[in-house]
Design a protein. Structure first.
Length: 335
């Protein structure tokens, strides 16, 4: 199968061709497409599948990546019209330009739809930016699905969101220099990533942070960077950083609250996160254990550097302490 890759060959597709192929419902004046946009339209299947105006390309129908799709530098791929980009088994989406995405608050509306299995995960990589342009999730990884985000990709949220940037019930791996950045979910759980359990019989979501990947500058009501809220969730931090995240209540960097969920840190840094209001505990990490009628809280306010390994295992009412850094009822000093 031929790979859907960007070529520097410039195809001669004039504006008149675009206009003649458009339906009467498309009562829009289109700017002359750039050569890069013209070629990208052809990669997507020609003017019946996509249309270009200047450097911006929009889908006219849903598109499934079966192998490789490259969004070239200097091209804006606009998915704010609700058309879906579907990542199948082994699919690779390379973003060198810009990808704009409409947010979604339910699975049927999600725009970047991950259908790849755990044995053949899809990958998003490149050196470009992916922007969330309206309220909702930018990425949703459902149970039994797996997505890898790598390279120098930056996923950028919005300041008035109502949910996390990434919602994970399957497996999400952030590696390379990938970044989840700038999402504000002031009234909910998880600014950057929300790990949950979706559906009976499914395991909880899994997040793995490798190399220099980071979750930074996010904000939420609880769990500014990462919130483990569903049962049986796992966050494994082998490297990277959780930095400059903010929350109003408990767990600015990471909040672990799901039954039997766990956080394991073998590398990386959790620094400069802060709780600003409400129950001001757990600038770096907060663990919430429900034991009615009591709530047991364990939290770490100090910055956690590369050389400190951490394991939090939740098994019923058992929580493993971290080298004396966990305290009940009072704060440990923040550096």
């Amino acid at each position: 199968m031929a790979k859907k890759v960007f070529s520097h060959l410039v195809l001669s597709i004039g504006l008149s061709v675009f206009v003649s192929c458009m339906s009467t419902n498309d009562a829009v004046v289109y700017e002359e497409p750039t050569p890069e946009a013209n070629v990208f339209v052809e990669v997507l299947g020609g003017v019946k599948k996509a249309v270009a105006s200047g450097s911006t390309v929009k889908l006219r129908s849903d598109f499934t990546i079966e192998d490789i799709l490259i969004i070239p530098a200097n091209v804006i791929f606009d998915l704010t019209n609700g058309k879906k980009l579907i990542l199948g088994n082994g699919a690779i989406l390379t973003v060198e330009g810009t990808l704009n995405v409409k947010g979604a608050n339910n699975d049927s509306g999600i725009i970047i739809k991950v259908t790849s299995s755990t044995s053949r995960p899809a990958t998003i990589n490149g050196n470009g930016n992916i922007y969330l342009k309206s309220q909702g999730n930018l990425i949703r990884v459902n149970p039994s699905k797996k997505l890898i985000v790598s390279g120098n990709i930056i996923l950028i949220g919005i300041q008035n969101n109502n949910t996390a940037l990434a919602l994970v019930g399957g497996e999400l791996i952030l590696e390379g220099n990938a970044v989840i950045n700038g999402n504000k979910n002031p009234n909910g759980a998880g600014g950057g990533v929300y790990l949950g359990k979706f559906g009976e019989g499914s395991n909880g979501g899994v997040l793995i942070l490798n190399e220099n990947a980071s979750i930074t500058n996010n904000n939420a009501g609880i769990g500014g960077g990462v919130a483990l809220t569903g049962a049986n969730c796992s966050f494994i931090m082998n490297g990277g950083s959780i930095t400059n995240n903010v929350t109003d209540s408990g767990g600015a960097g990471i909040r672990v609250a799901g039954s039997n969920s766990k956080f394991i840190k073998t590398g990386g840094k959790i620094i400069d996160n802060r709780v600003t209001a409400g129950e001001t505990y757990g600038h770096s990490i907060a663990v919430i254990e429900w034991d009615p009628p009591y709530i047991i809280r364990k939290y770490c306010d100090r910055d956690i550097s590369d050389n400190l390994s951490v394991t939090i295992a939740k098994n019923g009412k058992v929580i493993a302490d971290i080298s004396g850094e966990w305290l009940d009822g009072t704060h440990s000093p923040k550096k």
